[in-house]
Ligand binder design. Sequence first.
Ligand SMILES: *Cc1c(COP(=O)(O)O)cnc(C)c1O
Length: 450
Amino acid sequence: MDTILYHSTNRGLPGAAAAAVPFREALLRGLAPDGGLYMPVALPRLDPSRLAALRDAPYARIAFEVLRPFTAGTLADDAFLRLCEDAYDFEVPLEPLEEGAWILRLDRGPTASFKDFAARWMARMMRELREPGRETTILVATSGDTGSAVGEAFRGVEGFRVVLLYPENEVSAVQKRQLDGIGLNVRALSVAGSFDECQALVKQAFLDPALAGLGLSSANSINIGRILPQSVYYVYAWLRVARDGGPFTVSVPSGNFGNSFGGEIARRMGLPVARLILAVNANDEFPRFLGSGGYRPVSPSRACLSNAMNVGNPSNLARYFDAYGGTVTREGAVRKAPDLAAMRGALESVSIGDDETVACIRETWTRRRVLLEPHGAVGVAALRRLGAGPGPSVCLETAHPAKFPEVIERELGFAPEPPEAFRRLAEREPAVQRIPATYEALRETLTRNA
Ligand SMILES: *Cc1c(COP(=O)(O)O)cnc(C)c1O
C-alpha cells in the first residue's frame, strides 16, 4: 500500500502550501502552514471480501482494518492493532428504534460523548509519533465535550500536558465536574468570561513568541487525527445492520461537521451509504446553503438545547468544499464554488428547532422506551422529517442522556441513570484554578507551571 499524503484545503489559493505531507506531520501540526485543514490526497478502497470477514468482528479490529492504510509507514501492524484495542475498550451498542431503524450509541467512552472515539485514538497516535524528548502542551478552549474528551484521552500520557479553558458560567454542572476532575497532567482553568473570550485567549497564546518553548499544540476537530477515526463507526454500523451487504442511511447530529465528514470519508472508501443526513439545530447555515447555493454563516450562533451543535460556521465546511471541488476560508468566504449538484445528490441537511427536539425526546420515550438526549434527538427528528431508508437507517446518538439531566427530568419526569464513567468521577478530587479573562493571567499560569 502506498503511503497516503495529506494536502491543505487552501490548495489553489495564493500563498498556499504546495507540498502534501505524510500522516505524522499532518497529525502533529494540526493546521497546515497556510491555515488550511489537512485532507487525504487519495482514499484507500474498502475491500468487499475483507469487509465481509469483519461482520461480527470487535470494534477495535474494524478500526484497525479501516485506519491501517491512513497510518501506513508509521507503526507496525501489531503495535497499531494494540493501540486500537486500547483506545476502544468500551462497548458500542446498536439499539433498535423501530422496524428498520437503529440508534448507534456512541456514548460509552470515559466522558460519555462520541468525542472519545476520536480523542482517544488521536492521543495515542500522538504519543507514539511525537518527537522523543520534546514536551507538548495541548491548549484547548472548550464549551463542553471536547475539553473533557481530550483531557481524559491525554491523562497520564508521558510527554504531554493539557490545559483546558472553559467559561465558568457556560458549562453545565456535569460538564464542570468532568473538566475539573481529570487531574494528573491535565489542568482545568475556569475563566471568568465567555466561551468566545476563552477562544480568543487561546488564539493569542498560539501567537505569543514568549510561549514558543512550551511546544503548544491544539486538539480540536481541525486535526485530521480527529476526523479519520470517526469513519470507523459508520463501517461498524453497516456491518451490523445491513446484513445483506446492501445500502443504508445515516442521520448525524452535526455542529462542526467533523462527525459527518467521517461518514463522507467512509462512503468515498466504498461503503454503501445511500443517504447521509446532516441534522443541525437552529444554526441552519448549511441546509440554507444546499437550498440556495449561497453560503452565509449564522453570526452570532444561536443557543439551542443541543449546545454542542451551536455552530454558525462549521470548521469542517472547508473539508466538504474541498471534497466537492470548492474552496472556502475559515471565516466562511467562498473562494471557489463546489459542485453543488454533486453535493445535493450526496448530502441532505435539515434544521430542527428546540420544540421539535423536545417533542422527539418525549415521543421516542413514550412510544418506544428509547431514551435520547437533545443532540441525538435532532438526528432522529431529521430522519422522521425526511423519511427513512433505503435500507436500514441508523441515527447516531452522540452523548449520554445523563449529561443532560435537566432536560430529561423536565420532559420525562425522571433523572437518567448515570453511566459507569460518572461514578468514577465522584471518586476524584476536583482540581481547578479560577482565572480572570485576561491574557496576562493565562500566560502567568502557563509559564509558572511549565
Ligand atoms: C461535538 C458534538 C456534536 C457535533 O459534532 P461535530 O463533529 O462538531 O458535527 C454533536 N453532539 C455532541 C454531543 C457533541 O459533543
